[in-house]
Design a protein around this ligand. Sequence first.
Ligand SMILES: [Zn+2]
Length: 276
Amino acid sequence: MSDAAALPGQPRGLVVSGPATARAVNVLAPNPSAMTLDGTNTWLLSEPGSDLAVVVDPGPLDEGHLRHVVETAEKLGKRIALTLLTHGHPDHAEGAGLFAELTGTAVRALDPALRLGDEGLGAGDVLEVGGLEVRVVPTPGHTSDSLSFHLPADRAVLTGDTILGRGTTMVAHPDGRLGDYLDSLRRLRSLTVDDGVHTVLPGHGPVLEDAQGAVEFYLAHRANRLAQVETAVESGHRTAAEVVAHVYADVDRSLWPAAELSVRAQLEYLRERGLV
Ligand SMILES: [Zn+2]
């Protein structure tokens, strides 16, 4: 199942295919859909002048795409030394095993079940590959294992499905939890306010150059939806499906299953706080 529900929101940002920042190149996977937008962004990261690269999210199990990622690195004069995963959804992680075989790299992720090799990955880890610094930022909520990767030298953050390049994302209940997600958005906001991050390199959709604006939009959108869900419950809509039909009436029906997971997460959040 793919996952990155593109619920409507502000179309903001630049369409980038190829170099997005000095250290990040996007290799777009050929898996576009309503859920994955243009497809999964596979990120190739490298310090300028270094011959080593890091790949974030090899993407779906599509050998042509995985080979294209390796060839893109080779054309840039780089050898892929490490593979990282933002989370375990198949449109990001399913190709990781074959990619590890093709490149001989370890795969590091928060979820031990996704790892290949001895090393894990956790909150606050700082990785250094060929002079490239990557800081691991825990951002659970979309899923419990979601990580973001901060590239301080580019004042950029790779957000996986926590922030998308278009629309908004989903909270994949029950693994994903809304309280965690809101905390993660606030953590990303502090990266923009306190650490000068201004670029979002998302898991799907275009690069966003106003990272703080994107985070603020996501927080406002979640607050609006939460208020709508609360009102819907108060006016007698009882089941998650009823709430979706009421609150997400303006959203394409192909996204309603994803919206229902988000609504379940919102209902859980409201009930835990005694609000409904
Ligand atoms: Zn996902």
